[in-house]
Design a protein around this ligand. Structure first.
Ligand code: GDP
Length: 232
């Protein structure tokens, strides 16, 4: 964006933990492990009572969101099982072992939705993202090869000013060689500098692959850090 200079983005471009960190990774928190589907919610009145901390997962359709949730939960069917045709326009809630909730938001850019339904839905989604008090953080799934879309940028612009943290997972990184992975992450960080308000902190980006589990432990550590001890 023109006229935009440096921002205090916490962009985590460290390579994901490798061999030397295996012992540490074994002890790493695994907040989504054992997650179970609790409810699909299509309107505000059905939302769970606010109480438990919630972490939202968002991203465009086909960004790899379901695969990422499944990889983090170590449960290959979890996010797909709740995604039956015709029920795509709902927030799927998963309960974590420690009592926190994951809110799997419907992928945006879903073409087969009537225009008015789409508008109503977007309004619900938008209100959820911007007004839900117990929503403590956002995980944004971005295909590493595509980078941030306009809608991703709009979601970030709406969410980040609240000061709540965002973790961007650059998905399907296994489809890129290591130089291209670095480049893809650098591009996302550059795009972030264009869309985040000056001084925005607590936004980090990392490589991720559900296929190879690249970045899974790193993401788990970040997610666990958002939750109070008893909710991990
Ligand atoms: P969603 O629509 O955002 O929930 O995306 P999905 O998780 O359903 O993934 C969309 C497509 O990308 C599917 O064909 C997945 O198999 C593929 N995919 C997802 N994650 C990965 C990954 O880490 N590596 C590769 N190679 N493909 C992936």
């Amino acid at each position: 964006m023109p006229g935009v200079k440096k921002r205090a983005i916490v962009a985590d471009s460290r390579p994901p933990a490798k061999a030397g960190a295996i012992r540490q990774a074994a002890k790493a928190p695994r907040p989504l492990r054992g997650a179970r589907f609790v409810a699909g919610v299509a309107q505000a009145s059905q939302l769970p009572a606010e109480g438990a901390p919630e972490i939202a997962f968002a991203g465009r359709s086909n960004s790899g969101k379901s695969s990422a949730i499944n990889a983090l939960a170590d449960h290959s069917g979890l996010a797909y099982a709740s995604r039956t045709p015709g029920r795509t326009q709902q927030i799927n809630f998963f309960a974590l072992r420690g009592g926190a909730l994951v809110a799997d938001l419907p992928g945006y850019g879903y073409a087969a939705v009537a225009k008015t339904l789409k508008r109503d839905w977007q309004e619900f989604l938008w209100r959820y993202l911007t007004t839900r008090d117990n929503l403590v953080a956002l995980v944004l799934l971005v295909d590493a090869r595509r980078g941030l879309t306009d809608y991703d940028a709009a979601v970030l612009a709406a969410f980040v000013p609240s000061g709540r943290p965002v973790l961007i997972l650059a998905t399907k990184a296994d489809k890129l060689g290591s130089a291209a992975q670095r480049e893809a992450l650098a591009t996302i960080v550059e795009q972030l500098q264009g869309v985040l308000p000056i001084g925005a902190a607590n936004v980090s980006a990392q490589l991720f692959s559900a296929a190879t589990r690249l970045g899974v432990a790193q993401a788990e550590t970040a997610i666990a850090a958002w939750l109070p001890g008893e909710a991990r």
